[in-house]
Design a protein around this ligand. Structure first.
Ligand SMILES: NC(=O)c1ccc[n+]([C@@H]2O[C@H](COP(=O)([O-])OP(=O)(O)OC[C@H]3O[C@@H](n4cnc5c(N)ncnc54)[C@H](OP(=O)(O)O)[C@@H]3O)[C@@H](O)[C@H]2O)c1
Length: 257
């Protein structure tokens, strides 16, 4: 089913009022893969006071238009990744929907991006919905994770470290022909990619709420402190869309333009 049409105002670049979200995103391309590794973008929704959880999940932080935007981003990437904490908290459903699957097929790629789930030491429930689709799936686990059997259609990758090192994960994905990874959280997995300075773009939806809670933020604090040695990584604002009281921001890091 095609959702919408959700209307947005494009505030930057080329300000235009009242356009369809799908049209505003029509020319979207993931960042180019840098240094021979897959490009990495993070997509998250938060409240105005920066919280990425509402009563334990992301549910209710973003609008239906934000959910459509999430699928539009997914449809443009080779793979979509999440941390095991997110699956345990709320389940994960990485599919793009029939209309976008058809568009992907017309581009000569699989109907849905490859699903990548990253766990550390703890098992994940293999009856979770994530394991049920027919798209290709890769489950990455830490060295001590007890899981050995995974459902048919899922490739199990065991990292040499207790928590999979993001660079190692990207090498494995690159070897499997994946050139772009959309990370959909959660905040601890995001933090591991930030700690390794592997975030090329951030797609940030600001939902119009104040929560006043101590819930997790978009990126959890990095153990050991900032990787940037007193020089914060500066972002370039690529685009801003507005839907009602919500903002959809796109930032690029590390690459000029
Ligand atoms: N607002 C949003 O857009 C959004 C998006 C996604 C999730 N969320 C919310 O965020 C919460 C879940 O986030 P979370 O931070 O608790 O979990 P998470 O980041 O999804 O997953 C953390 C888990 O990933 C595994 N992991 C594998 N490699 C890792 C590494 N290098 N560094 C850190 N962890 C690694 C560990 O699993 P083991 O436990 O097996 O060691 C760790 O416990 C949920 O409430 C979810 O609804 C919000």
């Amino acid at each position: 089913m095609i959702e919408g049409p959700h209307r947005v105002d494009r505030l930057w670049p080329d300000p235009t009022l009242e356009i369809a979200l799908d049209d505003a995103m029509a020319a979207f391309q993931p960042p180019a893969a840098p240094d021979g590794r897959p490009a990495v973008a993070i997509n998250m929704v938060t409240s105005i006071d920066g919280r990425a959880q509402l009563e334990g999940t992301a549910e209710g932080l973003g609008s239906r238009a934000d959910r459509r935007l999430m699928r539009l981003y997914r449809a443009a990437f080779d793979a979509v990744g999440s941390g095991a904490g997110t699956l345990r908290a709320s389940g994960i459903w990485l599919r793009v929907g029939d209309d976008l699957a058809t568009r992907r097929t017309a581009r000569g790629v699989s109907p849905n991006p490859v699903g990548v789930l990253i766990a550390g030491a703890q098992p994940v429930a293999t009856d979770a919905r994530w394991f049920g689709g027919d798209e290709r799936r890769i489950l990455v686990v830490g060295a001590r994770n007890p899981m050995t059997d995974v459902p048919t259609g899922t490739e199990l990758l065991r990292s040499p470290d207790e928590l999979p090192d993001p660079r190692w994960v990207l090498e494995c994905l690159s070897e499997r022909g994946i050139g772009s990874l959309l990370l959909e959280g959660g905040p601890h997995l995001n933090a591991s990619f930030l700690a390794a300075d592997l975030i090329d773009e951030v797609y940030w939806t600001i939902g119009a709420h104040l929560l006043g809670t101590d819930a997790l933020q978009m990126i959890a604090p990095i153990e050991g402190g900032s990787p940037f040695d007193g020089e914060p990584r500066r972002g370039h604002l690529v685009s801003v869309l507005r839907h009602e009281d919500e903002l959809f921001l796109r930032y690029r890091f590390g690459v000029a333009g």
